[in-house]
Design a protein around this ligand. Sequence first.
Ligand code: ADP
Length: 259
Amino acid sequence: MPVPRTGDELERLSTALNQMIARLDEALSHNRRFMADASHELRTPLTILRGELETMLQQTDGAPELEEVERLAKIVENLFALSRLDAGEAQAESVQFDLGQLAATTAEQMSLLAEDKQVTLNCLAPRVVSVEGDRARLKQVVVNLLDNAVKYTPPGGSVTLSVVAAPNLGKAVLEVADTGMGIPTGALPHVFERFFRVDKARSRELGGAGIGLSIVKAICSAHGGQVEVASEEGRGARFRVLLPLAETAEETKDKPNAG
Ligand code: ADP
């Protein structure tokens, strides 16, 4: 802020405030750099550790000894992603693409995960819904939401992913709804916070560290969008992502092979 050269309290106060802001700024970027460096440095030894363990155990997956290493690797990977988002790299790329198609391919890729858990995964994305942004990052949003939905839905339940355009709002609407355990009302305002987990024991058992949804939120914000949640404990959860629709004449066109 501008410092008035008045030689009085006001000048001293402005100077002090400016110094404080500068120090805060420095501390913040120091923190960000630390997180980025730490997670980056942890990746390589973890990959080596995993490789060596696999060789020692003569198998690639399923060994209980490997599970904790896998979990650790996932957390570090997520921390690294989060630190890059903090550094403002959320929208590294900006291209126009069909969110419906991205949802459909992602659901297809994750269908085995759902099958393993005996959860039915449906995808409803019959029309072209154009958005603009970083495809890989927006895919991460879909992956994280589907991963949670499957994780927190017991066998026999279902997960539905849908993408529609709301041209009157100028928004693309992506929803992930599940029939799982849901989220208690008191926890709803916190689920997008870093490291927040509704039930630490429950979530840890499932491999969660409470970072997935904060990544979702950061990516949505960076794309000028938002994410919201509605849920009742024991009655499933519904996550809704709103993104700006890209300017195009194609929004209402049917896909050639929709159905
Ligand atoms: P985690 O890796 O622990 O799943 P997230 O940030 O993805 O972390 O989610 C935060 C918390 O929100 C989770 O620990 C879980 O308690 C709750 N949660 C997220 N998605 C769902 C869902 N679909 N159903 C029930 N609870 C959920």
